[in-house]
Ligand binder design. Sequence first.
Ligand code: PLP
Length: 417
Amino acid sequence: MKGLLPAAERERLLAATLAGSLPDGRGRFGPFGGRYVPETLVPAFERLEEGVRQHLHDASFQDEFRRELRDWVGRPTALTHAPRLSERWGADVWLKREDLAHTGAHKINNAIGQALLAKRLGAKRVIAETGAGQHGVASAAACARVGLPCSVYMGAVDIVRQAPNVDRMRRLGAEVVSVESGDKTLRAAIDEALRAWVTDPDGIYYILGSAVGAHPYPYLVRELQSVIGREARQQMLDQAGGLPDAAFACVGGGSNAIGLFHPLLADDIELVGVEAGGTGPGLGQNAATLATGTPGVLQGSYTVILQDDDGQVQETHSISAGLDYSGVGPEHALLQAIGRVRYISATDDDALAALEELCEYEGILTALETSHAFAAAREWARENSGKRLLIGNSGRGDKDMPTLTKFPAKVRSHAAA
Ligand SMILES: *Cc1c(COP(=O)(O)O)cnc(C)c1O
């Protein structure tokens, strides 16, 4: 989605972005974001917005959040140099290890932050949506930690596809609600969770899982996930001797990417978001929203979405369930429109090859989502030899074993060597 904004407006929004003054008072990132929700949901969103304003940057909330991140999530997560990959790629490669966070991905930063907020707002119970189940697991764990009952809305199709995570959620004390409406996957689960929220906006807190949806969620999730980029920035200075020339992150809804990028926006660093290129460029073959989509409203936010000429939201495809979404967070739509972040895609095959390479050369089984960032970084390294790059390693790949088993591993014999 390029060429949408006049040059002067682009300049103004770039300056506002670098000054950290977005979103504006109406939850807008330039033309994107805002709050497009039915009348019945307005009170719930207004209450949440007020709660965020009151508590999020309050010292006692931040102390508690930092303590939980340290003692329960296991932060700071490591910054790992990748010497063998660096030699292969001809660049200096560093990994920010969100795979080492509790429950195996960055999602826990957001889940525990919002669970703590739910407590402060006096919620009696929590609801959450999940697609692949990763955010459901993080929410279930966070709710157990703070002592709030948790119901996770999940599409009936996903419940079958992601059985191990359904089991994990239940063991962590959550109720899993099967959603039989709509496409019976993530989009329907979000709609159903919103419907449940309306029934008791004072008693229920809704933990949304990515930097998407109506204001204040994209802002709230960014603030909670920015710990990734703040840590990584300092760790690069301490361990690598300087900031990277480029940073890469995969983009589904965009929460790990905005968490890594946001604290780096004002630095002279090339930022690259990598979407799921699926099996090809055709509508329905991928989830490359920013690369191929158009502006529209999805789930309460004006952003870039995958839709046909009649405005019908399209089904998506990706080998990684966590990138398989037809929208993207509104702040990413702006960062693309003002040219601060470049968004590209990597295909299923590229991601699989990158996953194997990282296993073989660094001993890290990364998530299929994350593998898209590696595939793009590898391409970049080819044209930028000797430069320093940082990759957001958003999660671990153990959850992907059922998918990976369909692509048999190489059988090796080392005995004779
Ligand atoms: C869910 C998930 C993603 C995609 O979500 P974002 O909000 O775009 O970060 C990426 N990586 C991993 C490991 C995930 O679990």
